[in-house]
Design a protein around this ligand. Structure first.
Ligand SMILES: Nc1nc2c(c(=O)[nH]1)N[C@@H](CN(C=O)c1ccc(C(=O)N[C@@H](CCC(=O)O)C(=O)O)cc1)CN2
Ligand SMILES: NCC(=O)N[C@@H]1O[C@H](COP(=O)([O-])[O-])[C@@H](O)[C@H]1O
Length: 223
């Protein structure tokens, strides 16, 4: 059976990308490779992680503001379609947003679902699931800076739990169906760094499990 294809979108350090890289072709993530790592920030250390992988992983950078500057008249939506085109060309079985700090418009999702062509003519052969890692529980702290917001809310007594999840990506940010949800303990009075350390370890675990779960749904390994 052919190796299952993963495309990973990043914006930063890439520690979750590293978790995926380390899990490739182990029992946790069998028969899989990362076909492309795409970053919207050229300084993202995750790009170095991909290039240092063995075998090296193809990387690409497409940042919004430089795109708009070099393509006068083009919009954020055009940018999203360009991202979709870069992704679709690799015909992935799954797309993983691993710290991808850009809200995707319908255009991107329409291409990945097969509802719209990625090059004005061709559509993806089958719907491509897109999943996102988010450092909060379903329905809580949607959007950016969720770690800090959840930590502060707990310390103020506003919430009793927080955690992390991987969810399917839909147009409404962080409201897609959860794939894996894991609570993470927060302790009253502890520094945020202690909570973040526990949370990131949980993320590294659930991003691999969620990716494997989706791959087994869309491209199961025949026994
Ligand atoms: N259509 C969707 N797009 C994205 C989703 C989603 O569920 N649906 N998840 C996010 C990831 N994310 C939280 O998990 C998130 C990332 C970024 C932002 C945000 O406010 N981005 C700003 C720019 C911020 C920056 O550049 O630092 C923006 O896009 O204008 C919110 C939520 C990924 N995309
Ligand atoms: N809303 C999305 C969001 O906040 N994502 C967060 O970005 C970090 C990426 O870390 P990494 O670059 O080390 O993988 C992770 O903590 C992830 O939960």
């Amino acid at each position: 059976m052919a190796s299952r294809r993963i495309v990973v979108l990043i914006s930063g350090s890439g520690s979750n990308l590293q978790a995926l890289i380390d899990a490739l072709n182990t029992p946790a993530l069998p028969r899989a490779h990362i076909a492309l790592v795409l970053s919207n920030r050229k300084a993202a250390y995750g790009l170095t992680r991909a290039q240092n992988a063995r075998p090296p992983i193809e990387t690409a950078v497409l940042a919004l503001q430089p795109y708009l500057k070099t393509n006068p008249g083009k919009s954020r939506r055009d940018y999203d379609l360009q991202v979709a085109k870069l992704v679709a060309k690799h015909n992935p079985d799954v797309v993983v947003l691993a710290g991808w700090m850009h809200i995707m418009s319908e255009g991107f999702l329409d291409v990945l679902s097969g509802d719209a062509p990625y090059d004005g003519e061709h559509k993806v052969q089958k719907p491509i699931p897109v999943i996102n890692l988010h450092p909060a529980l379903p329905g809580a702290f949607d959007g950016a800076h969720a770690i800090e917001r959840a930590y502060e809310a707990f310390q103020k007594g506003e919430i009793k739990h927080s955690g992390a999840m991987v969810h399917r990506v839909v147009r409404e940010v962080d409201r897609g169906q959860p794939v894996i949800v894991q609570e993470v303990e927060i302790n009253l009075g502890e520094p945020i760094e202690a909570y973040e350390e526990r949370l990131h370890k949980t993320e590294w675990d659930i991003i691999v499990k969620a990716t494997a779960k989706i791959l087994d749904e869309v491209a199961p390994i025949s026994s």
